[in-house]
Design a protein around this ligand. Structure first.
Ligand code: FMN
Length: 172
């Protein structure tokens, strides 16, 4: 069994999560690379794929990559700016799962917070109060908290989940 950990990451959150998962999974043959560098998917029977959430779904590069997967065991991980225990987070993960589940076997999924780009926060700060993206005190506090994410606890939890799933579902 050969495992590929691959990810799409604009500001580094999902990359950090991917690297922690890669370090934590106990398999003999494993490879990590950004999905833009994946050329021969045939050599892997298990793919752990990571994306950042864009409007409650995988970002475009990741969605395209996930659509191309077939006949694999697939683990899905993602980062988003909102709370990880929200309906929005779960939906964002299930929307990724929906892309792969017809043609693959989904072995697990994980989502956690990832800090929102400072440039986007600055843009939101300029929005009028009636705009849904306008910054409130609650949001300001959440943005501050999310600056620490993914935390080492997030990364350890993701790595543990996939290590255990691989032990059961991929014969490692
Ligand atoms: C265009 C855009 C759309 C986003 N949409 C969402 C969203 O729908 N929900 C959410 O919680 N976060 C959203 N985010 C925040 C990112 O998903 C989050 O900050 C993520 O951790 C970024 O990961 P990266 O550092 O790997 O690029 C969005 C960010 C951008 C730039």
């Amino acid at each position: 069994m050969k495992v590929l950990v691959t990810y799409s990451s604009k500001t580094g959150n999902t990359k950090k999560l991917a690297e922690g998962i890669f370090a934590g999974i106990e398999v003999e043959e494993k490879v990590i690379m950004p999905m833009s560098e994946v050329t021969n998917i045939d050599e892997f029977d298990t793919v752990l794929v990571g994306y950042w959430v864009d409007k409650a779904a995988p970002n475009a590069e990741a969605a395209k990559f996930m659509e191309s997967l077939s006949g694999k065991k697939v683990g899905i991980f993602a980062t988003l700016a909102f709370w990880p225990d929200s309906d929005h987070a779960w939906q964002s993960l299930c929307n990724g799962e929906a892309i792969v589940k017809e043609n693959n076997t989904v072995i697990g999924k994980y989502i956690c917070q990832g800090k929102l780009d400072e440039k986007i926060i600055a843009m939101f700060e300029k929005m009028p109060a009636d705009n849904p993206h306008a910054v409130t005190e609650e949001k300001r506090k959440r943005y501050e908290i999310s600056k620490n994410h993914p935390t080492s606890a997030d990364v350890v939890a993701a790595a543990e989940l996939f290590k255990e799933k691989l032990m059961v579902y991929s014969g490692c």
